[in-house]
Design a protein around this ligand. Structure first.
Ligand code: FES
Length: 164
């Protein structure tokens, strides 16, 4: 009997460190798999999320109404918009030619494109050249700080002015 007990003790004593080592290795490999899955998901999220910016924002402020005296038609080439002020009314018309996208210039009769000769009247309607469509008008509003805000994502009916 004493011999059996010693043999069982020895056997269990010999297996215990092995089992502990196995459990530790299993735990470590599980932790490693879990960690690599989390890292992989995070890196996929970073990869999928677009980090590119596509040009300027389409909604922007252009300053206070006082900066645009009545009777002016001011082209903001970097914004590709012409600000029109008539009395207390303000509007914004695109200056991107509807033919192939050149910047049209302000002319006596409206707008003229230097690239292929398209011409537009004061309201942006096509009066000559290859341009297929009139120049769009954009939504104009007053920002909370009192500046004129233009939203190029929102086209409005030609002749839509903001009263300031
Ligand atoms: S781009 Fe203006 S006429 Fe061609």
């Amino acid at each position: 009997m004493a011999g059996e007990s010693t043999a069982a003790h020895k056997q269990s004593g010999a297996d215990e460190p092995v089992m502990n080592r196995r459990r530790a290795l299993a735990w470590l490999s599980s932790f490693g798999l879990f960690g690599s899955a989390i890292l992989s998901a995070f890196s996929n999220f970073i990869f999928i999320k677009p980090r590119a910016t596509y040009g300027q924002p389409q909604r922007f402020n252009i300053g206070k109404p006082d900066e645009y005296p009545s009777g002016t038609r001011i082209s903001l080439d970097t914004r590709r918009v012409c600000v029109i002020r008539e009395g207390n009314k303000v509007a914004a018309i695109s200056i991107t030619c509807t033919h192939l996208g050149c910047i049209v210039g302000v002319a006596d009769t409206g707008f003229a494109c230097p690239c292929h000769g398209s011409r537009f009247d004061q309201d942006g309607n096509v009066t000559g050249g290859p341009a297929p469509k009139p120049l769009p008008w954009y939504k104009v509003s007053l920002a909370p700080n009192g500046e004129i805000e233009i939203d190029k994502d929102v086209e409005v009916e030609p002749g839509s002015y903001l009263t300031v």
